[in-house]
Design a protein around this ligand. Structure first.
Ligand code: MSP
Length: 639
């Protein structure tokens, strides 16, 4: 019999910048679901990729002095590297700059235009003339341009629109008759009430104010404006071409699951179904919008210096541990929170103490007491039955949770089995049993049960921590790893032999690691503050620089590079934190006049608020402060 197909996708990530741990969470989550469905015996097709067009990317490339293509090649490479480092098992990586994709996007656009679903109209919005950009009301900052801060004016631009209103009733009916279509329920309600039932606006689908996009084939002044381009990836990747549908497409479409973040649900639950209806194609079976990953309950942002990257975290803890944090910290449909404390805590408590210890103790005991042999026995005492009953229940729950996308709760079931098994060791006291002949007979049963519990854990862990799962399987020398093998307890065969015990996760010194990670984060804030994009003369004028005199310099405890400086500006005194310790002794600074930026937003470094920045030249090897001649009065402006 043919295997049941399962087509699963992630959102395609923007190639504007390196993806942080939040974006990476999505691919890890999707990978866990894909792997689980493979374990269930399904024929999985897993798609991911990158979203590479748009004004922002064009601007970033211009700032970097390279072509947009060179820019996106670089970032797409970086994204793919991170997805690979995270051990994700995607079958295809699509880029929206791939030829086949661009060709089909053009054909989709043309077809929808020819059948009257796309029409030419006028886009009206707030326009910033120097930036040549339109902004929506919500993008404006205090009613001004979010990029340069200048006044904007109402303007119109010729643009194509997708006639959404035409499909509104059909879509409402579809969502109502397919309760499983959008998850979670709370967000589905939002979509229904705030958008669909409130009356759908037609969607602007082309732009003339930038060029980095798929040209509209019949009017090359226009480029396709992101969403038709981006959303179509889910079918172009399968070989859909408008004129023809490939075998892969026929086999896999409709998608079984689109995994996306909550911020883009509207596009997937409204515009994507409308595009598909207009094309005469079936709708995806399910769209699941996950929550956001926050850092210390805050949105991650470069200027706050709290952007965490998966590759950096993996260097500290390993890939499987990063996968584990993401999957266990992010609850179903809600936002999740990551902090260095929680990461270290989960590492030590769950991975080192609970899981690692269980495997290590058990395998060590089988080697020590029975030369590595595992024996099947007939006997089963109450305590054994209790363990088996617990595991049976946990396995059942695990499947229910995975089938309903409650991945963090499924992960919890695995840890529950590990905790229960550790308790079983305490209850059965193997080290006492080992002392007598009679006890040793009993010990055979105890160790059999432990090895089998560990095997079940390893199978369940495969979607979450594939390398760890494999390592456990190797340690117990088992190859029984499909999902059906954990339905009944007792698959380990008589006289099988375990391998050598290995440490899966070595405990981490919490205080030391935390200090190290916080220090790295602070260095990033300093680095960020030092990076400068191209700016206009008006922006230069915004920077206020004055002559200041250093009154005192004090090393900050625990920070290798930082001085706390008190400076005098003539009219006021300020505290500035500066990374000059490796380059200057205190006495080389005190009393000197320096050039200082005085209107920099205050930043906290090592708990000290820094109110300004000294100007200095050089990089990490040699840094020279720009001292000012002593004859210049304090507080004098620098131009
Ligand atoms: N390019 C669009 C998606 C087009 S899909 C046809 C996009 N790209 S993105 O790079 O901004 O985001 C990629 C995915 O990461 C999205 O699903 C987004 O919701 C998700 N996340 C972005 N920040 C996130 C967190 N902090 N936490 C969890 N997911 C996050 O949107």
């Amino acid at each position: 019999m043919d295997k049941e197909k399962f087509y699963i996708t992630t959102a395609i990530a923007y190639t504007s910048k390196k993806p942080h741990i939040g974006n990476t969470y999505e691919i890890i989550l999707t990978d866990a679901i894909a792997r689980y469905n493979r374990l269930k015996g399904k024929d999985v097709y897993f798609l991911t990729g990158t979203d590479e067009h748009g004004q922002k990317i064009q601007e970033l490339a211009e700032n970097a002095g390279i072509t947009p293509k060179a820019y996106v090649d670089n970032i797409a490479g970086e994204i793919k590297n991170i997805w690979d480092l995270m051990d994700t098992t995607y079958d295809k990586f699509i880029r929206t700059t791939d030829d086949y994709h661009e060709n089909t996007v053009q054909k989709i656009f043309k077809k929808l235009y020819e059948q009257g679903d796309i029409y030419l109209g006028e886009y009206e919005g707030s326009y910033c003339t120097p930036c040549e950009s339109f902004f929506t009301e919500s993008q404006l900052v205090d009613g001004k341009c979010p990029d340069c801060g200048r006044e904007v004016k109402k303007a119109k631009e010729e643009a194509y629109f997708l006639k959404c209103s035409k499909y509104q009733d059909r879509l409402i009916e579809y969502i109502e008759s397919h309760p499983e279509f959008i998850e979670p329920e709370s967000r589905k309600k939002e979509i229904m009430n705030n958008f669909l039932k409130a009356g759908l606006q037609d969607l602007c689908v082309s732009r003339t104010s930038f060029t980095w996009g798929v040209p509209v084939s019949f009017n090359e002044k226009h480029v396709t404006y992101v969403w038709i381009d981006a959303l179509s990836n889910y079918i172009t990747a399968l070989g859909y071409t408008v004129d023809e549908k490939s075998e892969t497409y026929n086999k896999n479409w409709p998608a079984d699951l689109h995994v996306i973040g909550k911020d883009i649900l509207r596009f997937h639950a409204i515009y994507w179904p409308i595009i598909l209806m207009a094309l005469g194609e079936s709708l995806p079976k399910k769209i699941y919008a996950h929550g956001w990953m926050l850092f210390g309950n805050d949105k991650m942002s470069k200027s706050k210096g709290n952007v965490i990257y998966a590759d950096e975290l993996a260097k500290e803890f390993g890939t499987d541990a990063v996968r584990y944090f993401c999957l266990s910290e992010m609850p179903y449909s809600q936002d999740g929170n990551i902090t260095y404390e929680s990461v270290i805590n989960r590492y030590n408590t769950d991975l080192a103490n609970t899981l690692g210890n269980l495997v290590n103790r058990s395998v060590t005991m089988v080697n020590k007491y029975f030369d590595g042999n595992v024996y099947v026995t007939e006997e089963s005492e109450d305590v054994d039955n209790d363990l088996k009953g617990y595991i049976g229940e946990a396995v059942k729950l695990y499947k229910e949770k995975m089938d309903s996308l409650k991945v963090s709760e499924a992960v919890e079931q695995v840890m529950n089995i590990a905790r229960r098994s550790n308790k079983y060791i305490d209850e059965t006291t193997p080290w006492i049993l080992a002392k007598t002949e009679e006890g040793k007979e009993r010990l055979k049963t105890v160790l059999y049960n432990l090895v089998e519990a560990i095997r079940i854990i390893a199978v369940m862990l495969e979607p979450f921590m594939p390398t760890t799962s494999k390592s456990i399987m190797e340690q117990i020398n088992s190859s029984n790893s499909d999902l059906s093998s954990i339905e009944t307890f007792g698959k380990i065969e008589n006289n099988s032999k375990v391998g050598n015990a290995k440490v899966l996760f070595a405990r981490i010194d919490e205080k030391e690691k935390l200090e190290e990670l916080n220090k790295k984060m602070e260095e990033k804030v300093v680095e960020e503050a030092e990076k400068a994009p191209e700016i206009t003369i008006e922006e230069v004028e915004k920077v206020e620089m004055k002559v200041a005199q250093i009154l005192s310099a004090e090393k900050i405890e625990g920070a290798k590079k930082l001085y706390k400086l008190e400076v005098d500006l003539g009219t006021e005194k300020r505290t500035v934190v500066s990374g000059l310790v490796p380059y200057y002794k205190e006495e080389e600074l005190i009393g000197k006049k320096v050039a200082m930026i005085t209107n920099l937003k205050p930043a906290k470094l090592r708990g000290i608020e820094s109110n300004g920045m000294l100007l200095a030249a050089g990089d990490n090897d040699v840094v020279k402060v720009l001292f000012v001649d002593d004859s210049v009065p304090l507080g004098e402006g620098i131009h």
